[in-house]
Design a protein around this ligand. Structure first.
Ligand code: NAD
Ligand code: UGA
Length: 479
């Protein structure tokens, strides 16, 4: 390409948690650009186009309003992949890159089959010059693979298309995606061709100041994304490991976090102890880093990062074991209320949620679970718990069933859910859980009843005055 290209038409492949919100913001901030988001998943496309704005496939605060404003104007969702690629000046690849389930690198390396399929579609249908932007999180040097695929000679009956490939990883967090996209800490762009970089910068400059645009080489950009997630996850594993020491010694992890976080070299963010990090990316991206280190003959580096994931697994089981211990070492047929199933508040996403592991552990011990989450539906929970042992609404009505065990059900109201329960386990920090009336709830529970607050969002005195036993993460006090 000889000069900077003005971008009038964008195609984004992948209408998921990243593609959907990111393109909504670009459409909102750049009214003169037509933005087409395409996906092979027809159900998802239909949901994005659904008239009822509450039926979007993704819940993010502020997202529905932007979709309502831009959809049908300069933001379009469809499965017309060929057509939208043909007309695009710039194509974002925003498809899933999960951990490989089989073959070489199984359990660690990224499965790039969706990225490869996208690149093949781009190679086949693009016309003229197209800038291809890696938005998905990818192993270092994936751009090389994409470039090779784009070179494939399958452009029959048309002039040879040309391409530039850029890396532009996304740093949004679920639950705050719209805020993160609107006010990013930085925009990272890796690439070689200065004109292509300038075209992408021009898009971002519509709402992001130039000093936040970081331009680098493509490999550093790809690696910086993996490293960023690895560092964030490492902080959580670090503070969660300290929470176990706090509980053993009488210290309080909140005080430790406050104290270390006030050191400007450490900083105060990502020091909240929790039931363990979840989400689709931390584990997968660290494992990807582990795989890269192993591949390049750096086993010590691989072990270092692998431990961040191992501690997270250990920590989730630690919480399940602790609950069992407090309930007289048996959960058989006990009714436990689970508050929160999403991996964090303000999202309907449950991928790698700590709740999955902890619920499975409790079911394995024979507990009967009543699960509540304001945004996660029963079908999702069914998938996450492998469909096993879900039960009918009336199972938990009246009294606790003495004979059945290891069953679960989803409840949508925060009233009857507590009837005859032995314990409440709070796993997601939804705001509504911090407003519960514990005096009212304690009257509904079987004594001695426990409240386990794995997010420490409850006020201990409020729970304790209602006569309930109370445990919270990283708190060594003897209540
Ligand atoms: P997702 O699974 O929600 O969405 C991916 C979408 O791509 C799916 O709807 C899928 O049907 C579609 N797709 C796959 N192959 C396709 C093809 N060939 N043609 C058209 N559509 C196709 O995934 P996500 O959470 O949006 O993540 C996407 C990427 O962004 C991943 O690499 C992830 O690591 C990265 N990322 C995610 C987040 C996050 O918060 N979820 C944040 C930053 C980066
Ligand atoms: C994370 C990163 O924060 C984003 O920058 C990145 O773009 C994204 O991964 C990605 O690549 O997918 P996300 O997983 O959406 O975002 O959410 P986070 O806010 O990072 O939370 C991840 C997990 O860590 C959650 O389970 C959360 O509850 C937990 N967490 C977070 C803690 O346990 N303690 C904390 O102090 C912060």
């Amino acid at each position: 390409m000889k000069s900077k290209k003005e971008i009038k038409n964008i195609c984004c492949i992948g209408a998921g948690y990243v593609g959907g919100p990111t393109m909504a913001i670009i459409a909102d901030k750049c009214p003169r650009i037509q933005v087409n988001v395409v996906d092979i998943n027809l159900k998802r496309v239909k949901q994005w186009n659904s008239e009822n704005i509450n039926n979007l496939p993704i819940y993010e605060p502020g997202l529905a309003e932007i979709i309502e404003k831009c959809r049908g104007q300069n933001l379009h969702f469809s499965n017309s992949i060929e057509d939208k690629i043909k007309n695009a000046d710039m194509i974002f690849i925003s498809v899933n890159t999960p951990t490989k389930k089989k073959g070489m690198g199984k359990g660690k390396a990224s499965d790039l089959k969706w990225v490869e399929a996208s690149a093949r579609q781009v190679a086949k249908y693009s016309q003229g010059h197209t800038i291809v932007v890696e938005k998905s999180t990818l192993p270092v040097r994936t751009a090389e693979v994409i470039k090779s695929i784009l070179e494939i000679d399958n452009y029959d009956n048309k002039e040879k298309p040309t391409f530039d490939v850029l890396s532009n990883p996304e740093f949004l967090s679920e639950g705050s995606a719209i805020k993160d996209l609107s006010f990013p800490d930085r925009i990272l762009i890796g690439g070689e061709n200065q004109d292509a970089i300038a075209s992408l910068c021009d898009i971002y400059r519509n709402w992001v100041s130039s000093n936040k645009l970081i331009i680098t080489n493509i490999w550093s950009s790809e690696l910086a994304k993996l490293t960023s997630n690895a560092f964030l996850a490492q902080r959580i594993s670090s503070i969660n490991s300290i929470s176990a020491i706090c509980e053993a010694t009488g210290a309080d992890v909140r005080e430790v976090s406050r104290s270390i976080g006030s050191d400007s070299r450490i900083g105060s963010k990502f020091l909240d102890s929790s039931p363990g990090f979840g989400g689709s990316c931390f584990k997968k991206d660290i494992l990807n880093l582990v795989y890269l280190a192993e591949y390049f003959g750096l086993p010590e580096v691989a072990n270092f990062w692998n431990e961040v994931v191992e501690i997270n697994n250990w920590h989730q089981h630690r919480i399940s074991k602790l609950i069992t211990k407090k309930l007289f070492n048996t959960l058989s047929s006990k009714k436990i209320v689970i508050l929160g199933f999403a991996f964090k508040a303000n999202t309907n996403d449950t991928r790698e949620s700590a709740a999955i592991q902890i619920c499975n552990d409790l079911l394995e011990e024979g507990a009967n679970l009543c699960i509540h989450d304001p945004k996660v539906g029963i079908n999702q929970i069914m998938k996450d718990l492998n469909g096993k042992n879900s039960t009918e609404e009336n199972f938990f009505n009246s009294t606790v069933n003495d004979f059945e065990e290891g069953k679960w059900m989803k409840k949508n109201d925060l009233d009857s859910i507590f009837d005859n329960s032995d314990a409440v386990v709070l796993l997601t920090e939804w705001n509504e859980y911090s407003k519960l009336n514990w005096d009212y709830i304690s009257n509904k529970m079987r004594t001695p009843a426990w409240v386990f607050d794995a997010r420490s969002i409850l006020e201990p005195s409020q729970v304790l005055k209602s006569g309930l036993n109370y445990w919270r993460i990283g708190d060594g006090s003897n209540y």
